[in-house]
Design a protein around this ligand. Structure first.
Ligand code: COS
Length: 389
């Protein structure tokens, strides 16, 4: 199989990224985890990723991270490579970053010291709790509330589709602190999993390995010190966190698409058909050509979004990359679904046989077109931004 490092020579990347990509491929290619039980496997991946030092890319150097600041290109390389080998390993990695992203962006030094080093080592599992049953794409419509009490804040309500629900050590939970202010009335709190009044036991089974749960908050009192960022400033913080991680979802989709393409190339060369090999037919060559172009188009949009964000950080001129991240997420996830479907079709009956790599990829990719902003939300973000110019 072609090594996953050729694209690292593109000018988006520098020496740090090339070294990271090469080292990671060597490591990831040797890891075998039994993923029959996704919760056990996810814990195992967090532990391995932590022990090997890869989770250090989820937090800044000051708190045990590998690089001075969150680096979008490093996150992209990590997710793309991990997803190529194991989408669940990618998920375990990504959630440490997404779950702690708001602490990195807006936490007090005390909050950062209490959580980020443990996220980087894999000792604490992180989760990001934004969605509710009636507030998915319309995140501002959430109804879970926090009311100030003598002891801190009392949270009541429910969150759902929460990745790492039930296995996380803490949940960065976005709630309404002013119910009359729409998106300007939301504040996140760091809720430790052991907090009384939080029930994370309602697991949700989905089509591909991915620990998910619904969280119930019943008079769940958190201390005042668990408030993250400014009171009522949480919606923007959630969007800023998603600006970073949406481009990394694109990278994960890219890794899965690259894997499907690699499987298709390899299978077409060895599958005998009509006195030749599957690869001898122009129909096969045309499909492979289309798949490769879809992969490269996704790659360029993904690396552009990551590079733009890193450049903004480097120059101190944090340009908004919301549209570019949205384009990358939308294109890479949609293209990956098409590439994986074509690869599956090329495998014939084997493509739908449980245990074949393209069969699991077909299930793995589907949720990426929905979570962290569905394709339709990304279209909306890009369209709205165009109309503002
Ligand atoms: N960075 C900083 N601020 C942002 C922002 C961003 N990327 N995106 C929006 N904002 C700000 C806006 O500037 C606006 O600020 P003001 O109140 O000062 O005007 C505020 O946030 C509200 O923005 P907007 O009016 O665009 O909000 P909408 O309610 O229309 O929602 C979408 C916009 C649909 C884009 C948003 O709700 C969204 O991203 N939904 C998907 C949520 C999601 O990804 N869920 C999955 C959770 S993780 S699995």
């Amino acid at each position: 199989m072609k090594p996953l490092t050729a694209h690292l020579n593109l000018p988006f990347f520098d020496g740090v990224h090339r070294a990271l990509g090469t080292g990671l491929v060597s490591w990831a290619a040797t890891q075998q985890v039994d993923e029959t039980d996704d919760r056990t496997a996810c814990r195992e991946w967090v532990q391995r990723l932590g022990n090997a030092g890869w989770l250090r890319y989820c937090v800044p150097a000051e708190f045990g991270g590998a690089l001075p600041k969150l680096d979008s290109r490093a996150l992209a390389i990590l997710r793309e490579t991990l997803a190529f080998y194991s989408p669940l390993a990618d998920f375990a990695f990504a959630m440490q970053g997404l779950g702690s992203g708001a602490i990195t962006l807006a936490g007090t030094p005390e909050q950062q010291t209490a959580y980020l080093p443990h996220v980087a080592s894999g000792k604490k599992i992180a989760a990001f709790a934004l969605s509710e049953a009636d507030a998915g794409s319309d995140a501002g419509a959430m109804t879970t509330t926090a009311v100030q009490t003598d002891n801190g804040w009392a949270i009541n309500g429910s969150k759902t589709w929460i990745s790492n629900g039930g296995i996380a050590d803490f949940y960065v939970t976005f709630v309404k602190t002013d119910t009359n202010a729409g998106t300007r009335g939301i504040t996140p709190f760091i809720v430790d999993a052991t907090t009384s009044g939080l029930d994370a036991s309602a697991q949700i089974a989905v089509m591909a390995p991915h620990p998910l749960a619904t969280l119930k908050f019943e008079n769940c009192v958190v201390p005042a010190g668990s408030q993250l960022g400014e009171l009522n400033g949480g919606f923007k913080l959630a969007m800023q966190t998603l600006d970073i991680f949406r481009a990394s979802v694109a990278a994960a989709a890219l890794g899965m698409a690259r894997r499907a393409l690699a499987e298709a190339v390899s299978y077409s060369k060895q599958r005998s058909m009509f006195g030749g090999k599957l690869a001898d037919f122009q129909l096969t060559q045309a499909k492979l050509g289309e798949m490769a172009a879809l992969v490269d188009a996704a790659a360029l949009l993904t690396y552009r979004a990551a590079w733009l964000r890193d450049e903004g950080e480097r120059t101190g001129n944090i340009a908004k990359v919301t549209s570019e991240a949205a384009m990358a997420k939308m294109t890479a996830t949609e293209n990956a679904q098409r590439v994986i479907d074509m690869a599956l079709q090329m495998h014939g009956g084997l493509g739908v046989k449980v245990g074949t790599k393209v069969e699991s990829l077909y299930r793995d990719i589907r949720s990426l077109r929905i979570y962290e902003g569905a394709t339709e939300v990304q279209q909306l973000i890009i369209g709205k931004a165009l109309l503002r110019t």
